[in-house]
Design a protein around this ligand. Structure first.
Ligand code: ADP
Length: 518
C-alpha cells in the first residue's frame, strides 16, 4: 500500500478494510479528495477515480497540488474566499465554484468541504466531496436568462400598453363631445371632461352609477332601454337617438345619442361607448331658418301675385293700342314673373315639407299625357335641346298630376341644365311588373358616387357649380318627397363625364291595372 493517505496503515485486517474502503471510494460517482492540512500549502493527498474523470487529470497530476490549480486563472470568485475562511478556521463549507478541466473546459463544482480532527483535537485533513453540477447550473442560468427576457418583455409590453392607454385617454378627454363608457350591465365606468362640463356634474356623481339612476332618471327611457338592452347586444349600434329632457343643472335640452358596443375580448369585452351631442342650439337655428324660409316665401308670393294681376291688366290695355313693342315687353315680364313665382312655390314646398303640411291630391290621369306636357313645356323653354320620348305606358294612374309633372319638369330641366354641350335627352317610359317607370337620361356632366348620396338632400348642390349653373339645390329634394308620397322610388345612376340617368317608379294600384285592362 503506497497510496499516500492510506500508506501508513500496517495492521493486516485494517489494511484489508482500507483496501475495501478505497475500492468503495473509487466506485463512487462523486469526486472525493483529501488534503493534508499538516503539510505546507494543504496539498491533495488522495483523490478517487471519479475525481480524475471529473477533472480530466490523472492521479499522478493531482496528488501534491493545492486545490486551487483547478481554478486556473479564474481567481476572483466569492466561493474561493469562503473556502479560504473554512480552511483557516477549520470549518465546514459548501460552495459552488467554477473549476476547469485539464483541457480547459469550465465545469461547475459543488464542493462539500469537511475538516478532520485527530484524537488530540488537531486539524489534520480536509475531505472534499464534489459533484459536477455544470448541467444544473446551465439550466439554472438559462432559466434565469429566460426569466430576465420574460420580465423585460412584460415590462416593454406594460409600458407600451400604458402609453396606448394614455394616448387613448388623452383623445377621450380632448374630444369635444360628451362620452361615457358603460359596463355590459350599463354601469358608468368613465365619463370624459366634456361630459362633466356639459352636464355640470362631478365624476363622483356619475362613475359607478347605473345609467338609469343618473340625475333625475333622464336616461331611463323605455325606447332607450330597448335599444341598449336588446339591439346593442346584437352588434347593431344605436344611431342618432334623440333625448329631449329637462336635465338637472342644465335645464331643457335636446341630446343626440350614439352608442356602440366594444367588440373586444378580455377586460374591455362588451363595454359600451356612448357619445352624446347637445343639438339644442343647432335644432333651434334650423327651426329659425325654416320659419324664415316659410315667412319669406309667403311674403314674396303675395306682392308677386298682385304684380302678375297688374301685368295682365296692362297686357289687355296695350292690346287695344296695338303697340307691338310694348306688348313684347309685357310678355317677357310675364315670363319672368312666372319663373319667379315657380321659385317661390318651390321654397314654399320645402317649408311645407319641413312642417309636414305638404299635401298630395290624387286623381286619375293619363301618365303618358302628363309626361308629354312636361316635355312640351321644356321644348318651349329650351329649344336648344332635343328630348326623345321612347316607349309609353298606356296607363291611367291615380296620383297628383300637377306635382308629378313638377317632378318631370325638374328632372328634364336638370338634364338640360347639366348637359350644356350635349343636346340629346332621352325619356324612357315603361311598365315594370305593377309599376310605371320613367328614366330621364342625359350625356352631360355626370355626378360622382359620393355626391350621388347627397344630391337629394335639401339645399345640397354639387360643389363648384354655383358660378356656372344657377339653382337653389331643392328641386331633387322636392321630387323625392313627391315620389315618396306616392309610395314610389327615385334614384340616380351616373358617371362623371358620361352623363346621368334619373329614374322613378310609381306603384300601380289594383284599380289602375283593372281600369287599363278594360
Ligand atoms: P339645383 O339644380 O337647383 O342645384 P337640384 O336639387 O335639382 O338643385 O339638384 C341638386 C344637385 O344635383 C345639382 O346642384 C347638381 O349638382 C346635381 N344634379 C342634378 N341633376 C343633375 C344632372 N342631370 N346631371 C348632373 N348633375 C345633376
Amino acid at each position: 500500500m503506497n497510496d499516500g493517505f492510506f500508506s501508513g496503515i500496517t495492521h493486516q485486517n485494517l489494511e484489508q478494510d482500507f483496501k475495501l474502503l478505497k475500492a468503495a471510494l473509487d466506485a463512487s460517482v462523486t469526486g472525493i479528495i483529501i488534503t493534508d492540512n499538516g503539510l505546507p500549502d494543504n496539498p491533495i493527498i488522495y483523490c478517487n477515480k471519479a475525481f480524475e474523470d471529473m477533472t480530466g487529470y490523472q492521479r499522478s497530476e493531482i496528488i501534491g497540488r493545492n486545490c486551487r490549480f483547478l481554478q486556473k486563472d479564474d481567481r476572483e470568485q466569492a466561493a474561493r474566499y469562503q473556502l479560504g475562511e473554512a480552511v483557516a478556521n477549520g470549518n465546514d463549507a459548501v460552495v459552488e465554484i467554477r473549476n476547469y478541466k485539464k483541457d480547459g473546459t469550465l465545469f461547475w463544482n459543488e464542493l462539500y468541504l469537511s475538516p478532520i480532527y485527530n484524537d488530540n483535537g488537531q486539524l489534520t485533513y480536509f475531505v472534499g466531496v464534489q459533484h459536477d453540477i455544470t448541467l444544473r447550473k446551465r439550466a439554472e442560468e438559462e432559466l434565469k436568462a429566460n426569466q430576465a427576457e420574460m420580465e423585460q418583455r412584460v415590462e416593454d409590453r406594460t409600458r407600451s400598453l400604458r402609453e396606448k392607454e394614455e394616448y387613448l385617454s388623452s383623445i377621450f378627454e380632448t374630444i369635444r363631445e360628451s362620452l361615457m363608457v358603460l359596463s355590459p350591465e350599463l354601469k358608468v365606468l368613465t365619463v370624459n371632461h366634456d361630459f362633466i362640463k356639459t352636464f355640470k356634474v362631478s365624476k363622483e356623481e356619475t362613475e359607478g352609477k347605473q345609467l338609469y339612476e343618473l340625475g333625475n332618471g333622464q336616461w331611463d327611457i323605455p325606447e332607450l332601454r330597448r335599444l341598449l338592452e336588446q339591439v346593442l347586444p346584437t352588434n347593431n349600434p344605436v344611431v342618432d337617438f334623440e333625448v329631449s329632457h329637462d336635465f338637472p343643472h342644465i335645464g331643457k335640452k335636446l341630446m343626440l345619442l350614439n352608442a356602440h358596443r366594444i367588440e373586444l375580448e378580455g377586460e374591455y369585452k362588451d363595454r359600451i361607448l356612448i357619445a352624446i351631442e347637445d343639438i339644442t342650439d343647432k335644432r333651434e337655428i334650423e327651426q329659425r331658418k325654416d320659419d324664415f324660409l316659410s315667412i319669406a316665401s309667403h311674403e314674396l308670393k303675395t306682392p308677386l301675385t298682385t304684380v302678375k294681376g297688374y301685368v295682365q291688366v296692362m297686357d289687355k290695355l296695350v292690346a287695344k293700342t296695338g303697340d307691338e313693342k310694348l306688348h313684347n315687353a309685357i310678355e317677357k315680364t310675364s315670363v319672368y314673373i312666372d319663373r319667379l313665382n315657380n321659385l317661390i312655390t318651390e321654397l314654399l314646398d320645402v317649408s311645407r315639407i319641413q312642417s309636414g303640411k305638404f299635401k298630395i291630391y290624387k286623381e286619375p290621369f293619363s301618365f303618358d299625357n302628363m309626361v308629354q306636357n312636361a316635355v312640351n313645356s321644356l321644348h318651349q323653354a329650351s329649344p336648344s335641346h332635343h328630348i326623345n320620348v321612347i316607349g309609353e305606358t298606356g296607363i291611367e294612374i291615380v296620383g297628383d298630376e300637377a306635382h308629378l309633372e313638377q317632378v318631370m319638369i325638374n328632372l328634364l330641366s336638370n338634364a338640360i341644365k347639366y348637359s350644356p354641350d350635349e343636346k340629346e335627352v332621352d325619356v324612357q317610359l315603361s311598365v315594370v311588373s305593377n309599376f310605371v317607370k320613367v328614366s330621364v337620361s342625359d350625356k352631360g356632366l355626370g355626378i360622382s358616387r359620393e355626391e350621388q348620396k347627397r344630391i337629394f338632400d335639401r339645399f345640397y348642390r354639387v360643389g363648384n357649380i354655383q358660378q356656372k349653373f344657377p339653382g337653389m339645390g331643392i328641386g331633387l329634394y322636392i321630387c323625392s318627397e313627391i315620389i315618396k308620397n306616392h309610395g314610389g322610388n327615385l334614384w340616380v345612376e351616373s358617371e362623371p363625364g358620361k352623363g346621368s340617368s334619373f329614374s322613378f317608379t310609381l306603384p300601380l294600384t289594383k284599380s289602375d291595372l283593372e281600369e287599363d285592362a278594360k
